[in-house]
Design a protein around this ligand. Sequence first.
Ligand SMILES: [Zn+2]
Length: 340
Amino acid sequence: MRVAELPGVGQPARIATRPVPEPGPGEVRVRVEACGVCGSDHFLQEGGFGAKVPWPIVPGHEAAGRIDALGDGVTGYAVGDQVALYYISTPPGDRWAAAGRPNISPHVTRMGVDVDGAFAEYVLRPVSSLVRPPAPVPPAVLAVLTDAVATPLHGLKRVAHLQAGETLVVLGVGGLGSSAVQLGKAMGARVIAVTRSAAKQQLARELGADLVIGANDGDVVAAAREAAGGYGADVVIQCVGDARVDEQAIAIGGPGGRVVLIGGALEPFSVRAAEIFWRELSVLGSRGFIPEDIRDAIDLWLAGTISVDHLVAHTRPLVEADAALGDLREGRVFRTVLLP
Ligand SMILES: [Zn+2]
């Protein structure tokens, strides 16, 4: 089968041929129909995941496809079933997975980081990582629902517990932030989006933001606090990989506010403790998502509550994986979806 693999840190993706993998007990082989190219693939390419990556690695963790073969002991699924893939698996008896939080287990095995991913014609997955949609979903749509939508959904719903009637500030309107805008509206919040480019400001309006602030237009913190009623926001979701924006996120949080960090800046940020305790702010981390978030994202899309048209607008064949990574790096697209 054909794959796109990264040979090592800082190197371009190249096309390679591998044997079609055979599913072991409890595994299925999935014929990949779509795989999103995500910021964390670029992070992987730049060496961000550290020394444990088994180079050469096939990236790809935002994927959907059809079951192609069943390993021993697999029941409840059939060849041909459409499935979304949860990219994490955990060892049997894992304490965090048992508590419904496989995403934070120290023992995660991540498809596309620790084991070969879905920049490939076929991928092996444990049956526990499959999410079957209740109705057919176009492959590219199903792929982006598993990460670009599920990640902010996890942050807003399961980490920040955003409530109807609250004010949400979304910092950054990229792949994650654009979904956060729509999800915030779907959850009944008043949504204020902050982003730099005019095109992204326009997109935020189209996706339902009640108010849009230009990230380069003067004092963003003052503008966002003012827009949130003068005292700051109930929830802030920080989707930009920039420590200065981490600081802005905390400054925008209002009394009792929850500040969710999902954008990965490489530099530390600084804050005075009094800023946090005086307003009883909660500064929260949100890491990826759990299978339930994928199910929720699928349901919202099937109900017509959210759109992912802007995330699936750019597709490329698998052989153009390196160009897709380049598009992402240069900020030319929100996302590219590879179609093997
Ligand atoms: Zn991702």
